[in-house]
Design a protein around this ligand. Sequence first.
Ligand code: 8GP
Length: 820
Amino acid sequence: MLDSHFKKEEFKKAVKENVKMLYRKTIDEATQQQIFQAVSLAVKDVIIDNWLATQKQYEKDDPKIVYYLSMEFLMGRALGNNLINLTAYKEVKEALDELGFDLNVIEDQEPDPALGNGGLGRLAACFLDSLATLGYCAYGCGIRYHYGLFKQKIEDGYQIEVPDNWLKDGYPFELRRPEYAKEVKFGGYVRVEYDAATGRNRFIQEGYQSVMAIPYDMPIVGYNNKIVNTLRIWDAEPITDFRLDLFDKGEYHKAVEQENLAKNIVEVLYPNDNHYAGKELRLKQQYFFISASIQEAIAKFKKNHDDLHDLPKKVTFQLNDTHPTMTVAELMRILLDEEGMEWEEAWEITTHTCAYTNHTIMAEALEKWPIELFSKLLPRVYQIIEEINRRFILEIQNKYPGNQEKIQKMAIIYDGQVKMAHLAIAGGYSVNGVARLHTEILEKQELKDFYEMYPEKFNNKTNGITQRRFLMHANPLLADWITDHIGDGWITNLPELAKLKVYADDKKALQEFMNIKYQNKVRLAKYIQEHNGIEVNPHSIFDVQVKRLHEYKRQLMNILHVMYLYNEIKAHPEMDFYPRTFIFGAKAAAGYRRAKLTIKLINSVADVINNDASINGKLKVVFIENYRVSNAELIFAAADVSEQISTASKEASGTGNMKFMLNGAPTLGTMDGANVEIVEEVGAENAFIFGLTADQVINYENNGGYDPMQYFNNDPDIRNVLMQLINGTYSNGDFNMFHEIYDSLLNTNCSDRADTYFILADFKSYAEAQKRVEAAYRDSEGWAKMALLNTACAGKFSSDRTIQQYVDEIWHLDKVTIED
Ligand code: 8GP
C-alpha cells in the first residue's frame, strides 16, 4: 500500500531541494529544525495534490457537510501522523536514514500545536481524523490562537506557566487563505428602519468596531484513501491598517482600539478545563470564530444551491459544548437580516441545522453570560436571543400551563443571565452526552426538564479515539505485532482486535506482548531519566495517571495513597512489596490554586520518597513535566496500570482511559464515564473497580449525610496520612504549606462542603483495589493475559465507531470516495 508519491529517491531529492530553496544551505549544513521544515514541505506537496482532488470530488458529489465548531482542537504534531495516514511512514524513515537523519528526532522538532486544553479539544482532533478516514465531508472550524496552552515548567515543585509560542518558526502545515476573509462586527447599536417595499422592519448595526477574520487551513489526511479534509482556524487582522486620516479627525482612539481588538482576540487560548471564567474577551473569541465560520458556510452553500430552505439537507453545525452556541443566533441573524426571511422559516431552518454535544456536568463549567456584557458586545445577536427566549417561554407555558418553576429553570434568559446550554438545546435538533452513564445523568438529573420536554432530541454518543495516532504512531512495536498476528484490518476497523483473543492462552504470544510492553517502559524510563533526572526501574509496575489536574479527577487521592504505601513500607521494612513507579502528568489551570498546590504536593512527596535510600527503590514517584499529546504517546504505550479514579458521576467520559486500554493497560477505576463501558467490554475480572457508584454520590449530594470526619476519626491509616499534610513531613517542617488541602478534606474553613469529591469515602476501597493490582501483577502470566485482553477488547473505543454513529443517527452525511 505504498503511495506512489513516495518514491524514495524522489523524496530525498525534494528534501535537498527544499533545504536549498528555503535556507540556501546544503543538507549537511542545515539544522534539525530546518530539516523538519524541508521534510514537512515535501510531505505537504503530496498532501496538496490529494487536497485538490478531494475538493474536486466534493464539488462533483455535493455531499452533505458537517461543520465541527470548536473553540479547541488539540491536534498534536502533524508530521508523523500525516506520514502514517499517507502510508508512507516507513519509507520516509528509511529515506531520512539514508540522508543521515533520524525521523524521530526530526518529528521532535515540530512544536506540539496545543490549541486545546484536554479531553474536549483532543476529541475534536480524533474526530477530524476519523471523518477524513471514513470519507465524510467535514470542516473543523476554530481559532488560530497565537499562543496555545501554556508550557509547564516545574520549579521547586511548583508549576510555572511559560507562553507557548508555537508559530515562532513558522508552521509548515498551514495555508493562509485571505480570499475567504470575513468581517466580524462588535458593539455599537441597532437602528430599526421600516422598509415600505417589504412592509417589514430592517435591523441595521451601526457605530460598531470590526475585525477581519482570515482563515488558515490545515490539511486533515484520511488514512490511505486520498481524502484530505480541512481544519479552518481563523486569525484576526485589523480592518484597515492604521489610518492617519482618522487621527486627523480626532478618531485616533477608535483606530487604535480597532487595531487592538484584532490583536487581542486571537492572542491566547483560555487555559481552563471544565471551568467557566466569564471573561469578555472569551465572549469575543466565541462570536468571532462563529460569525466567520457561519458566514463562510452560508456563502459556500449559496454557491451551488439557490434555496436556503434546503440548508438542513446539506449542512449540519455540530456545537462542541456550549462555547459555539452563538451559532444559533448568528444563523438566525443571517437568515433574518441578510436573507430577508420571516422568523418562523428562519427558526425552522436553524433548529434543523444545529446540534449540541455536552461534555461536562460540572456546575462551574456552565456558561452563563451577564446580559449587560452580552447585549453591549453583540446588540443584534442579543435582540435575537431575547426573541428566541420570549417564544421559548410561550412554548413552556403552553406545555406546562401555570408552572412558573419550569420557566425559572428552563428560560434562556433568566436572572440577568444568558444560559448558553438552554439556547443550544432549544435551538438545535440533537443533544448528546459522551458516554452512556453521562447521557443518563443528563436525562435524569442535569437536563431533566429539557429531556421531559424534548425526549426525541436526546441521544448518546460514547467517545472514541483514533487508533492511527494512539496505537500505530504511539506504539509501533505493538502495532506491528498485532498486524503480524491478525492482519492490518484493525487500522480502519478496530473491532478486528477481537481476533487477538485466541492468543490469551498462548504462552509465546503473551511473552511477546509483555516484552513489547517492557521495551516501551524502557523507552519511557529513558525519557524520565533525561527530563526528570530520576532513574526508574522498568521492571517495576508503571502505575500512571495523566490528565488535566482537577479536584474531581482526584490526583489527590492517588498521592495520598502513595503516602500511605510509603508509611507501610517504613513501618514494615520486611514486608514483601512489589516495586512500583507512580507516574503523574498534569497541567493545572493557571488560576486554579488548589490544583497547583496538589502539583506541589506530588512533587514534594516524590522528593522525599525518591531520596529515601532505606526503601531500596521499592517506590518511586515521577511527575512528568509539560504533559501534552507528544509525550502522552510514549506514556500510554508504557503503562501497566491506567488510573481512572474520578468521583463517580463527574467524568463525562474520559478518553485517556481508552488510550491506555488500547495499549494493554488494565483500568484501575471507578464506575464513571466510559469506564463503565470499558468494563463491560473487557469483563470485570480484567479491571480493578472500586468506590462509590454514581447513584450513591448523587444521593449524598442531593440529600446530605456525608461526613468525612468519621473516616479521620475511625481509620488510623487515613488519619496518619492527613496529619502528614500538616506536620511538615513533606514540607521541610512547614506546617502551613499543605494546610489548605487538609482543610479541603475535613473542614469547615472552606466555602464548599468538606471533601467535595469523596476522597475519604473511597480511600479504603481504592487501597484495596491497589492491593488486588499488586497481587495480579505478581502472577505474570495472568497479568499478560489481562493486558492482552484489554487490547483485544478495545475495538468499541475507536473514534471511527463514534463518528459512524454521529453520521447514522445525527448528521446523515454521504460517503465520498475519490475517483482516480
Ligand atoms: C471533557 C470531559 O471532562 C471528559 O470526560 C470527556 O472525555 C471529554 O470532555 C471529551 O468528551 N470536558 C472538557 O474537556 C471540557 O468540558 N472542557 C471545556 C471547558 C473547556
